[in-house]
Design a protein around this ligand. Structure first.
Ligand code: ATP
Ligand SMILES: Nc1ccn([C@@H]2O[C@H](COP(=O)(O)O)[C@@H](O)[C@H]2O)c(=O)n1
Length: 274
């Protein structure tokens, strides 16, 4: 099914929006049109009942809808904020894997600009957590500085919470799973990836990129980069092999300029989830 295709859910939602209960949203027909486009791009269904969604949309507080509608955009919809939990099994997940500096984050940013996807970087979540002031936070800071993989209970909890808080259903999970422990812990949650987007890049290219990144990361230095490459080869590559045996890996040659890489990434996403 394609990312852009109009699904049962979006069709049901659209017809619900055209009904009398959507009167408040129909005040601005131009805004409503843009809202329909947005929903039709939310392609593969979340498996949520259309009636429930319609009730939720029409019960959104005006404060949430009005500003976005004035700009001619879709109103922000956060199912979690409205107490509407998305079942874990309805989540559509793509794991984004590749060596350190292969360009995962760069390509994820481009993907979220084009598709209705939430980008969750395991590394970013861990970096935010290390500032939490908890014992775990200090452990995470030490492990990142040494290029080690943080225990899965920390990372999986952070990812699960971020997914739930987003109120969305489609996710790019970048930099996870990094080892067998990560993979097994995620599987236990009942969620599974639709496919794996794998950025293949020579070490020398990745090293040059990381040394030039200049984002103040404690692990972007020659010594830690060496350790991260070792961990990638020894612990992360076997995970890519594992998914490859399941026919789930979509590989991209990442040693090209960002736009060329993205045109290939886009093609792989247009294949949808088979
Ligand atoms: N195709 C590319 N060509 C040249 N430079 C790139 C390309 N893609 C990304 N970069 C640059 O390389 C650096 C690393 O990219 P990015 O942060 O996207 O990699 P990453 O795989 O997410 O890294 P990490 O796993 O360490 O977080 C950044 O400075 C980015 O601007
Ligand atoms: N699943 C993960 C992901 C990351 N880490 C730690 O964070 C560091 C930085 O990760 P990036 O994806 O931002 O490069 C990584 O080297 C690990 O220390 C992790 O433990 N588990």
């Amino acid at each position: 099914m394609s990312f852009r295709s109009v699904t049962w859910v979006s069709r049901q939602l659209r017809s619900a929006l055209q009904g009398s209960t959507a009167a408040a949203l129909q005040r601005d027909s131009a805004s409503l049109a843009s809202q329909q486009v947005t929903w039709s791009r939310m392609s593969f269904g979340a498996g949520l009942a259309a009636a429930g969604l319609a009730t939720f949309v029409t019960s959104l507080p005006q404060a949430d809808c009005a500003p976005a509608m004035e700009k001619g955009q879709a109103p922000p919809i956060n199912l979690a904020k409205a107490g509407f939990a998305v079942p874990k099994t309805s989540r559509k997940i793509v794991f984004v894997l590749g060596g350190p500096g292969s360009g995962k984050g760069t390509q994820c940013s481009r993907l979220v600009a084009e598709y209705d996807l939430v980008h969750l970087s395991a590394g970013d979540l861990l970096r935010a957590h290390m500032k939490s002031g908890t014992t775990d936070g200090q452990m995470v800071a030490d492990m990142i500085k040494n290029g080690q993989i943080v225990p899965s209970y920390v990372t999986v909890n952070l990812l699960d919470k971020a997914m739930a808080d987003s109120g969305k259903t489609q996710f790019l999970i970048d930099g996870f799973p990094r080892n067998e422990e990560n993979r097994a812990a995620f599987e236990k949650t009942g969620m599974e990836p639709e496919f794996i987007l794998f950025f293949n890049c020579p070490e020398a290219v990745m090293e040059k990129r990381l040394m030039g990144r200049n984002e103040g990361r404690t692990d972007d230095n020659a010594e830690t980069i060496r350790k991260r490459f070792k961990v990638f080869l020894e612990s992360s590559m076997p995970i890519i092999d594992y998914y490859n045996k399941q026919g789930k890996v979509r590989k991209v040659d990442a040693d090209r300029d960002p736009s060329t890489v993205f045109s290939e990434v886009r093609k792989l996403f247009e294949q949808g989830f088979e």
